[in-house]
Ligand binder design. Structure first.
Ligand SMILES: Nc1ncnc2c1ncn2[C@@H]1O[C@H](COP(=O)(O)OP(=O)(O)OP(=O)(O)O)[C@@H](O)[C@H]1O
Length: 304
């Protein structure tokens, strides 16, 4: 696709005998929010570091804006937050961004814009060390935003944040995308990614398990049905779909059925004299999909 601004071709990184990134093909398009998803240690950071030229691939290659990683023309169009940018604790947020802006030949206007965009304009004069973790992360995004890059690469931007901080970061990522930036963000927080990303790449043990839209990945949603009499409802549904596609949820049935077939099923139920009390579509979460696709066991706190 011509709109692809990040493309990797079987990119691989080995450390000694350990292959930490294994033949990964990523495709990030202009203007989209792309979630690079996987558990701790899956190879996300190493992949992102290869994209910006901080780590050299063992084999395979990457192109960012059609250029090799680290190429100045690509770097000028890319803002990066991988690990903390090492801000000075005794300087204010504004002074910290000024230092970075000066280094990159940018002016006060760029600093103002970045502070404003990450919601730190009011606290810009306060020392960095007085910032909350959420504010520190947002200043990191602000640093990546200096010079208005077309692509932002954010490694685990919600790491360590409390729910309020995560919500703020989510709002910020959506606002950045609305403003025309493509965002490539990594995360092990599935619920987070689901809410903000257009497409996701799922990595597990260094291998890309899938790359698709969140909607495609979740596939057809399931139908929750509450109807009486229950045995007749079950029998009618069982004539319509495979028994394996029928589950139970309390006093209801959960039916794996394409949305387009729902009206016919309802008609059959009515014809069979079944009273339908509730009919709701229940979407699969990215978590459910992910568990089906990988054998990885996530820590329960990582799933919230
Ligand atoms: N410089 C290095 N030398 C040796 N092994 C490394 C090096 N950098 C990363 N690794 C290993 O590569 C694997 C993948 O690490 P990476 O940081 O890319 O994963 P990740 O998906 O970003 O995980 P996390 O969310 O924990 O940061 C890990 O097993 C890690 O120990």
């Amino acid at each position: 696709m011509s709109n692809e601004i990040v493309v990797t071709d079987r990119i691989t990184k080995r450390y000694g005998s350990q292959t930490v990134v294994d033949s990964v093909d990523l495709h990030v398009r202009g203007g989209e929010v792309y979630g690079f998803l996987g558990p701790n240690g899956a190879g996300k950071t190493t992949t992102l570091r290869m994209l910006v030229g901080l780590v050299r691939p063992t084999t395979g290659s990457a192109r960012v804006f059609g250029r090799p990683p680290g190429d100045p023309a690509a770097a000028a169009r890319t803002g990066v937050l991988i690990e903390s940018p090492g801000f000075y604790p005794y300087l204010s947020g504004r002074e910290n961004l000024r230092v970075l802006a000066r280094y990159r030949g940018l002016g006060e206007r760029d600093v103002d814009d970045a502070l404003h965009r990450v919601g730190l304009a009011e606290r810009a004069a306060d020392r960095y060390r007085t910032y909350s973790l959420g504010m520190k992360q947002r200043l990191g995004v602000g640093a990546a935003l200096l010079g208005e890059p077309e692509l932002l690469i954010l490694d685990e931007p919600t790491n360590g944040l409390d729910p309020a901080g995560m919500a703020e970061m989510r709002v910020l990522v959506v606002a950045l995308a609305d403003h025309g930036h493509a965002v490539l963000l990594s995360s092990h927080m599935l619920a987070e990614v689901q809410q903000v990303c257009d497409r996701v790449g799922v990595i597990s043990h260094g291998r890309l398990v899938t790359e698709s839209t969140v909607t495609e990945l979740r596939g057809d949603s399931r139908l929750l049905l509450r109807a009486e009499p229950r045995d007749r409802a079950y029998a009618t549904v069982a004539e319509f779909v495979e028994p394996a596609a029928i589950g139970r949820d309390g006093d209801g049935l959960v039916v794996d059925i394409a949305a387009g077939r729902t009206p016919v099923l309802v008609q059959r139920l009515v014809d069979a004299g079944v009273d339908v009390y509730e009919l709701t579509r229940r979407e699969r979460t990215l978590e459910e999909v992910f568990f089906q696709m990988t054998a990885d066991v996530f820590e329960s706190e990582e799933l919230s």
